[in-house]
Design a binder for this molecule. Structure first.
Ligand code: CA
Length: 231
């Protein structure tokens, strides 16, 4: 049986929400509309969606603070967040990614662009469900339980950082260009800028703490994960 991916649409403008919902339904998704953060929270408490489509500008709690909140809660942490921002709001996009959004889409957007991005975040999530674990030095990643630990201490990682680390650990000691990482980790980089990789690598290093040095920048080439950091 084919499962229909659930998309929680957090959008306060009914006309936009309805347009998105119609297009999602027409393309094999199940949209659930929440008018604000409170309504969205009620939906999340009931059934977890496969993706959250989150408007930046909302009455009450902003999309940014909601993204931050959902990233810190164990229950909602694995659900990818696609942030909707206003046109040309570059600092917003970076702040959104820093808050834990997996990607962003700028208003106004086409249905095709929206669907492509939703499919991309869903694809990105899929390999994480693979039932394997990887060890590199004292760093351990267990994809089945979604856990990362260093010297036995559990670490907190966002979904994109988890995926990125998983890839780095499975292909340690090799240099990966930003473009290669977008291909392998993001899966579909048509709409994603290479700078996005730097944002997530920075977040990954921060999340790894003492093990952050294992993710090395190779000048002019990209990034490498190593058990023997030179720095
Ligand atoms: Ca809005």
């Amino acid at each position: 049986m084919k499962t229909v991916p659930r998309v929680l649409v957090v959008e306060d403008e009914p006309a936009i929400a309805e347009l998105i919902a119609v297009n999602l339904r027409h393309n094999g998704f199940q949209p659930i509309w929440a008018i604000d953060g409170e309504a969205a929270q009620r939906e999340l408490d009931a059934v977890l969606p496969d993706v959250i489509l989150l408007d930046w500008m909302l009455p009450g709690q902003s999309g940014l603070s909601l993204a931050k909140k959902w990233r810190t809660h164990a229950r909602t942490k694995p659900v990818p967040i696609l942030m909707i921002t206003a046109r040309g709001d570059e600092p917003d996009k970076i702040a959104g990614l820093d808050a834990g959004a997996d990607d962003y889409i700028t208003k106004p957007f086409s249905t095709q662009e929206l669907l492509a991005r939703i499919r991309a975040v869903l694809r990105r999530r899929a390999p994480e469900q693979a039932n394997d674990s990887v060890t590199l030095d004292a760093l351990e990643l267990d994809a089945a339980t979604y856990r990362v630990s260093y010297q036995g201490q559990n670490l907190k990682l966002g979904p994109t950082e988890f995926k990125l680390l998983h890839y780095f650990m499975k292909h340690a000691e090799r240099v990966h260009s930003r473009g290669q990482l977008l291909d392998k980790v993001w899966g579909d980089h048509v709409f994603i800028e290479e700078r996005t990789v730097d944002v997530h690598v920075k977040r990954l290093r921060e999340a790894l703490g003492a093990a952050g040095a294992m993710v090395e920048t190779v000048r002019g080439a990209g990034y490498r994960m190593t058990a023997h950091p030179t720095a």
